[in-house]
Design a protein around this ligand. Structure first.
Ligand code: C2E
Ligand code: MG
Ligand code: MG
Length: 762
């Protein structure tokens, strides 16, 4: 450092002046005055010099302090330097020289240039350097010789304040690692915020709401989307609050889920996502929305803590679609109650529950009596109205947990829950009474003349079968047992059914019955209302089991039709009926027309004419004594072929009757196409003919129309004289029914024929 002896020089000057004055006053007193003046002048000069010296001293620094600091700085191994803000002073240590790239021998005259460059290097204007650097840290990247950026944080402190220039000490600490870590952190944060915003956007676009929490907490973290679903304004919701927003029926499902996921061991790689369907409403009022809740049963976080939560996806649109599909698939269009599909679906469920819980239900199958009359006489539109009202009545009596369904045409089914502890066997019967009473109430206004009733068969769930399907079949079986009877009601009788057991068993039994001649023909007289005598017989088949039970054809004929065994049966009937009729004729009894029932399958056999012709011929029976009864179902087949077959039979002279007329689909205009000789008015028309004016009108009209077409008429199921008289007045040709005889054995019928043959000698 320069200027360090200035004070010594001033002190020496002051001492010399003082010595000179003392010498002058001592040895030249006359010059004392002048010496005093000179002294005063000198003192002034000295004071001025002192002031200048002090000022100078103040402006400079103690060379000793600076040297000491410089010494200290030399030993610091981080970059440090002492500098003056007038850019005239600079002391740098080795680390700093290295940073600046200065050779040790560098000319100190370049200090100002060096400092200026350095400050430029730091990005600071030199005149601001003191302001920028003093008092706080400042760091800046510096590129080293290898091209790597080094970050140094500079801390600067004021060493000495000067009026013209101040002295500063700056020390730099390398923060490259710190800065790089910071930068990495910033990059990560940036990435994170990017991915978070990406995540938030994805969630928003996908409409997925997320619920998450660790299982030791009783609340969910809720994503923005889920907040909307739940109608909350914070990102948190407690389980109990969440539960409150669920539909009451779904709360148990949620509890069950919570228990499962909370108390099971977490598995890190749980790959099986599960789904719950929950109804949630945002607040305590308003509509529920369906959500699908996807979750992993045992998902664990990094610490092995189970995570509870999942994704909520709005599935209300899908649910609405499902409901529409279900509506279409499970709803009967006319009555708007369940259809057969729904009956089967819900019935299976009911069966399963009853079995599991040890409870009972009843299945009732119902059939509206003479529904065809309503359709024929009031038109299909009114028929539909009645179906609707009937459905309505059934729904009224299904009670909680039960339901009603339309199975087909006028066939309905009801599932009734039996809430008694004892098994209420009377429930189906009682319910039916209520239904019938309500049906009476429907016979008003436009339906005033109609007396509506229904028949039913019932069976108990789950004891009357091994599945709902089977129980239903058994109830239908019970209904079929009373086919044709009005207001019939019958419970399933396992005893009776046991003989027939299953269809397979039944088939086997039927095959055995055919082989072993357990099938037998009964004959029911047909009475001529004009000639007052028996004019014919209908051969009706009976299955007599070895223990003497008689099985109704209503039970086994449909099975025989399904399995194809009907052709064997029909062949047996044809052979036996023709043989029997020929035998009676040969015995001299009044000749009668023998009717046999033909299933549509038989009728479509190509060789039917040959078969029938062969039987007539070999028994020597004229074809006019044989009548084939066909049902309206025939008309559903190939009409051209039907007409062709019937014409061929008619050409042979065989009589053709339309059986059960009025129960099916055919109309009179349709009948015109067929070469019929007889119309058999179904028993359902006859039952209430005496009181039901509509039935009267229909029967009367049908008889007239048939007459105009040269078709004779016979009424089935005549049980009372009144019915017979009325039919006679209406011009009906024949009657058949219990009034003139039930179906009977050949031996019994022979007796009737003898009575019917005037002058028969035997
Ligand atoms: P369907 O041909 O209409 O026969 C008349 C049914 O009415 C018979 O029942 C007869 O017993 C019953 N019936 C007759 N008069 C009265 C009456 O006054 N009151 C009551 N309540 N019922 C009466 P069944 O013998 O039980 O036969 C039922 C049905 O089975 C027959 O109806 C017919 O469709 C079918 N069927 C009977 N035998 C044969 C057959 O040999 N072959 C075929 N393919 N079907 C047959
Ligand atoms: Mg018949
Ligand atoms: Mg009939």
């Amino acid at each position: 450092m320069k200027n360090k002896n200035t004070i010594l020089w001033i002190e020496a000057f002051f001492a010399a002046i003082s010595m000179w004055i003392l010498f002058t006053v001592e040895y030249y007193p006359e010059r004392a005055h002048t010496a005093l003046r000179i002294y005063v002048f000198a003192m002034l000069l000295i004071t001025l010099g002192m002031v200048i010296a002090v000022r100078y001293y103040q402006s400079q620094h103690s060379s000793v302090d600076i040297d000491r600091i410089c010494e200290m700085v030399r030993h610091i191994d981080v970059p440090a330097f002492i500098w003056s803000n007038d850019l005239t002073t600079m002391y740098t240590n080795e680390a700093m020289d290295e940073l600046l790239g200065i050779a040790e021998s560098e000319d100190p005259g370049d200090i100002d240039v060096l400092l200026t460059n350095f400050f430029h290097f730091l990005g600071i204007a030199p005149r601001n350097a003191a302001d920028v650097l003093s008092g706080h840290s400042y760091y800046r990247g510096i590129e080293d010789e290898d091209g790597n950026t080094r970050y140094i944080s500079w801390t600067t402190s004021l060493l000495k304040h000067g009026s013209r220039a101040s002295l500063y000490f700056s020390i730099g600490f390398e923060t490259t690692d710190l800065v790089e870590t910071q930068q990495d952190l910033n990059d990560t944060l940036r990435e994170l915020s990017k991915s978070e915003s990406r995540y938030a956007l994805s969630m928003k676009l996908s409409g997925i709401g997320i619920l998450l929490c660790e299982s030791n907490r009783d609340e969910y973290y809720v994503s923005d989307e889920a907040m909307k679903f739940l109608g909350i304004s914070e990102n948190r919701i407690t389980f109990s609050e969440f539960r409150k927003r669920l539909h009451p029926e779904d709360r148990l499902i949620f509890d069950d889920y919570l228990n499962k996921v909370r108390y099971s061991t977490p598995q890190r790689n749980s790959t099986k996502p599960r789904t719950l369907e929950l109804r949630i409403r945002p607040n305590n009022s308003g509509q529920y929305t369906w959500y699908s809740y996807h979750y992993h049963e045992n998902l664990a976080n990094k610490d092995g803590m189970p995570i509870i939560g999942g994704a909520l996806i709005d599935i209300s649109v899908e649910k609405a679609k499902d409901a529409t599909i279900e509506r279409l698939a499970f709803l009967d269009e006319i009555t708007e109650i369940a259809n057969r599909n729904k009956l089967m679906h819900d019935g299976e469920e009911t069966f399963r529950i009853c079995r599991a819980m040890g409870t009972y239900c009843w299945i009732l199958v119902l059939d509206i009596d003479r529904f065809h009359i309503i359709n024929d006489s009031y038109g299909y539109e009114n028929g539909d109205k009645i179906l609707k009202q009937f459905a309505h009545v059934l729904c009224k009596y299904t009670a909680a947990g039960g339901f009603a369904a339309r199975v087909s045409a006028d066939n309905f089914a009801m599932v009734l829950h039996d809430y008694s502890d004892y098994g209420d066997d009377e429930l189906p019967g009682r319910t039916l009474e209520h239904i019938r009473a309500d049906l009476q109430g429907l016979s008003i206004g436009e339906f005033a003349n109609l007396s509506l009733s229904c028949s039913a068969g019932f069976a108990r769930i789950p004891t009357d079968g091994n599945s709902f399907h089977e129980v239903l079949e058994h109830a239908e079986f019970a209904l079929a047992m009373g086919k044709g009877e009005l207001a019939y009601v019958m419970g399933y009788d396992a005893q009776m059914h046991r003989e027939i057991v299953s269809q397979g068993e039944m088939e086997k039994q039927l095959a055995t019955a055919i082989r072993n001649h357990y099938l037998q023909l009964y004959y029911q007289p047909k009475y001529d209302l004009k000639r007052h005598c028996i004019m014919g017989a209908e051969a009706l088949i009976r299955w007599i089991t070895p223990d003497g039970n008689m099985i109704s054809p209503n039970v086994f004929i449909p099975i025989a039709e399904k399995t194809g065994m009907i052709s064997d049966i029909s062949h047996f009937v044809l052979v036996e009926a023709v043989r029997q009729n020929a035998e009676w004729q040969k015995a001299g009894l009044s000749p009668i027309v023998m009717s046999i029932n033909f299933a549509s399958g038989d009728f479509y056999q190509a060789n039917i004419c040959d078969t029938v012709g062969y039987e007539l011929e070999r028994r020597g029976l004229e074809s006019k004594w044989l009548e084939l009864e066909l049902t309206e179902r025939l008309a559903l087949g190939d009409i051209n072929y039907t007409v062709q077959q019937m014409n061929a039979l008619r050409d042979m002279g065989i009589l053709l009757a339309m059986d059960d007329f009025g129960t099916g689909y055919s109309s009179l205009s349709y009948i015109q196409l067929l070469p019929l000789t007889l119309l058999k008015l179904d028993r359902s028309f006859i039952i209430e003919i005496e009181t039901d004016t509509v039935a009267q009108e229909i029967v009367s009209a049908v008889i007239k129309i048939a007459k105009s077409m040269n078709i004779e008429t016979i009424a089935e199921g005549v049980e009372y004289q009144g019915q017979s008289d009325l039919l006679a007045r209406m011009g009906c040709d024949y009657i058949q029914g219990y009034l003139y005889g039930k179906p009977m054995t050949a031996a019994d019928f022979r007796v009737r024929l003898i009575e019917n043959t005037p002058g028969y000698q035997g």
